[in-house]
Design a protein around this ligand. Structure first.
Ligand SMILES: [Ca+2]
Ligand SMILES: [Ca+2]
Length: 269
């Protein structure tokens, strides 16, 4: 996955205008070419932009900084966004050079360090988080929930010295076909955060099968990266989603007990 944040220089002024195109270039993106990533949108000033608006501002040749979950891996140049066809993303951007190896990469065009604090990937065998997920599932009407944690990530999003925790839980099968999922299956991503001295569990994305079914087909969510996408010092959460014939990526901003999806794009049938 590549989330791309660009700094477009304004001709003649020598000053950079902060623009944040976000491109997902993960192995799960459906695009006509392997090197094409999904433009998620961007940010200009205080305003988050949808893919179409962002695409109109990119001429190609912008420099992006590429990140995995835990590392800065180098820079690349992005192409002018191309309008996608059929199941491809609405707009795709190609990165040159394309990083080999990591399956999930985020490209940020800004010149700041988008990884000011590095997420710690911890063991999923922890009762405290299993209990937290079980509590959420019970509230959703899943009796005797089977808790299967996939990710436990510690990261201080807002640099206040207290770590936040991201927990991903998922019981969907490897193939996300509707008829292979069992009743009570689910996928969800929780943010555990201390708010006014209390630990709160905030659900960022969720999908349940077959009760409370949202999309009609199972949708798997997971954390792809945690990065300061817009350079304000506070880290955003990048989530991936996948269903049996498509997927998407979204960026979420956290303020107090509020989680807001600020960018999103998808692809598929
Ligand atoms: Ca914190
Ligand atoms: Ca930020």
């Amino acid at each position: 996955m590549v989330v791309a944040l660009g700094l477009l220089s304004q001709a003649g002024t020598g000053r950079a205008q902060a623009v944040i195109p976000v491109v997902d270039q993960g192995a799960h993106v459906w695009a006509s070419q392997e090197s094409a990533g999904c433009l998620l949108g961007g940010k200009m000033g205080n305003r988050w932009l949808k893919p179409k608006e962002m695409a109109g501002m990119l001429r190609g040749g912008e420099t992006y900084r590429l990140y995995t979950m835990t590392r800065f891996i180098g820079t690349a140049r992005g192409s002018k966004p191309e309008k996608g066809e059929r199941a491809s993303p609405e707009y795709s951007v190609k990165m040159v050079p394309l990083p080999a190896g990591p399956k999930e990469v985020l490209a940020i065009g800004g010149q700041w360090n988008a990884l000011p604090r590095v997420p710690r990937l911890l063991s999923t065998d922890q009762k405290i988080y299993q209990a937290a997920v079980a509590e959420v599932l019970k509230k959703k009407g899943i009796k005797n929930p089977k808790v299967k944690l996939k990710q436990v990530i510690h990261i201080d999003l807002d640099s206040d010295g207290v770590e936040e925790v991201l927990v991903t839980a998922d019981t969907y099968g490897e193939k996300l076909y509707t008829h292979l999922q069992k009743k009570g299956s689910y996928s969800l991503v929780l943010l555990r955060k201390v708010i006014h001295g209390q630990v709160e569990n905030l659900v960022i994305e969720e999908d349940y099968f077959p009760a409370n079914l949202k999309y009609g087909v199972p949708m798997r969510f997971w954390v792809g990266a945690v990065l300061d996408v817009d350079g304000d010092g506070v880290m955003e959460i990048v989530l991936h989603a996948m269903y049996y014939e498509g997927g998407g990526t979204s960026v979420h901003k956290v303020e107090g007990d509020k989680v807001t999806r600020v960018l999103v794009a998808g692809w598929g049938v």
